[in-house]
Write a protein that binds this ligand. Sequence first.
Ligand code: HEC
Length: 153
Amino acid sequence: MPTTARLLTVACLALLALTACSETPDPDTGDPAEQETSGESNAASGSTAELDYSLPPDDFSADPEAGRSLFRSNCMQCHGEEARGTDQGPPLIHRIYEPSHHPDITFHRAAALGVNQHHWEFGDMPPVAGITGEETAHIIAWIRQEQRAVGID
Ligand code: HEC
């Protein structure tokens, strides 16, 4: 019965394809956000993506006013005029982004590498193209200043 044989072959191929699909590596592996509690060590993981962002030098002096305008040009479209959120992204002047839960390194990672949706329902944050560690440090200085102003610290 050639027809049955062919059907069986098709069914087997379909099964094979399904199996292969389920073995595809999880695209979430390496999610920068998931590793936010793992501390600041780049050495902790062998992933090269981990190294794909830069931090300012230790003696860098971040300026909140520079940060405010950098925020406006790079982040405001989603995070809102005073970082109070929009329908595209969450407020960053929010308890969950306080330094003890989202230390500065998570901002550097978010800006350079993007964020997979995990806290909200806005979708993923794409990487901010071309932003430098220094620019992000200015932005962080402004956000921390605004957070402190409303008692988030
Ligand atoms: C295109 C929209 C968009 C832009 C532009 C954007 N963000 Fe986001 N951002 C998001 C969304 C959406 C989330 C929430 C992801 C979640 O947790 O569900 C987010 C989350 C974050 C987080 C939390 C990261 C974490 O580890 O949970 C930080 C910090 C952040 N953004 C900083 C920034 C900064 C700084 C800029 C500008 C340099 C910026 N974002 C630009 C959409 C954006």
